[in-house]
Design a protein around this ligand. Structure first.
Ligand SMILES: NC(=O)c1ccc[n+]([C@@H]2O[C@H](COP(=O)([O-])OP(=O)(O)OC[C@H]3O[C@@H](n4cnc5c(N)ncnc54)[C@H](OP(=O)(O)O)[C@@H]3O)[C@@H](O)[C@H]2O)c1
Length: 312
């Protein structure tokens, strides 16, 4: 049985990933800030099959760790980006990654594969079609500099040390993950009350991915020896924010016409609103598609119908 160490394993993506890893017979170890809280967060079917640790020193020297999946990070979309929260975004991601690198440098046994977090924010801001910002963005596209780019870039650079340790290193540039929990849960209430609609002019792109495809894509990166470097974890058909709102309205059978003006977004959410809600680029998953990965939910309407049908 192969062993994988996960940070952020108690989170929205991590919980689903733990289930799949256990189903595929991996021994799963989750590094968490609190084993007690983490145990409660894990799904019932895997709670007692996953080992939770609060410190890397708990890993026995003779234990072979085959893979490392590094997802831990203070949530970005919880509120305004104050200086204190920005600092937490960095320490929770880059600080954690540096600790992992230092721990494994001092160890003779090291993971053969490291999958480390990043986000589509790496590519920086874009305001969409009406502004001529309509080019597909793959893993080799140029970036636009902003805070999201700087954070993702620093996160990726902090993981680069694993390459020097001989690991195959993948950076997951993740889009908006759709599932029960996460961003969709926050979007649903206004849409269910027929109070939803586009944000700003709705032209900004919203690259998204169904949680099942997200987990399958991570499993693909774990096992596929010829994948390394940045990997866009997004569905092959990104949509504009206006199209996302329209599709969500159709699936919920509610009108989705109430636009939220850009100025209101800026006043309510500041820089977080500008970068996460009013900007977005047309990110496509070129690398995994070229490697033969098949998306179960390539189209938004399919993904939302699947998720919202289960919820009813
Ligand atoms: N979900 C998305 O749509 C999406 C999109 C793009 C990128 N991402 C990135 O992918 C990663 C996983 O996403 P997710 O949605 O699963 O995140 P999540 O549900 O917010 O979980 C993140 C995990 O990180 C750990 N964490 C949170 N705050 C921390 C802090 N201040 N210091 C150290 N650890 C902390 C927590 O683990 P413990 O409590 O067990 O310590 C938590 O379970 C995140 O880094 C996120 O930025 C997610």
């Amino acid at each position: 049985m192969a062993t994988v160490l996960i940070t952020g394993g108690t989170g929205f993506i991590g919980r689903h990933l733990c289930q799949q890893l256990v189903a595929e017979n991996w021994q799963v170890i989750v590094l968490t800030r609190s084993s007690k809280a983490g145990t409660r967060q894990l799904p019932d079917d895997v709670r007692h099959k996953v080992r939770l640790i609060e410190s890397l020193d708990q890993l026995e020297p003779e234990l072979v760790i085959d893979g490392l999946i590094n997802l831990a990070g203070e949530p970005l979309a919880k509120g305004r980006w104050t200086a204190a929260r920005k600092e937490k975004f960095y320490t929770s991601r880059i600080g954690t990654t540096e600790q992992l690198c230092a721990f494994f440098s001092a160890r003779t046994q090291r993971p053969k594969v490291v999958i480390s977090g990043s986000a589509i924010g790496f590519y920086g801001g874009g305001t969409g079609d009406s502004n001529g910002d309509n080019k597909p963005v793959d893993e080799s596209s140029p970036v636009v500099d902003n805070f999201s780019h700087q954070l993702c870039s620093s996160w990726e650079q902090s993981a680069a040390a694993f390459e020097a340790l001989g690991a195959r290193l993948v950076y997951l540039r993740t889009g908006i993950v759709l599932g029960h929990g996460g961003a969709l849960e926050k979007m649903l209430p206004p849409f269910k009350l027929a109070l939803g609609g586009p944000i700003g002019d709705g032209q900004q792109w919203m690259p998204w991915i169904h949680i099942e495809d997200m987990v399958a894509l991570i499993m693909h990166c774990l096992s596929c020896d010829n994948i390394s470097g940045p990997v866009n974890a997004t569905a092959p058909n990104p949509v504009s924010n206006a199209e996302f709102s329209r599709t969500l309205g159709v699936v919920l059978r509610r009108p989705a016409l109430l636009a939220m003006p850009a100025l209101m977004v800026k006043i309510l959410f500041g820089q977080m609103g500008e970068e996460l809600l009013l900007q977005g680029r047309q990110v496509i998953p070129r690398k995994v598609q070229d490697s033969g990965f098949n998306f179960q939910y390539p189209l938004l309407q399919q993904a939302l119908s699947n998720l919202l049908a289960i919820k009813k």
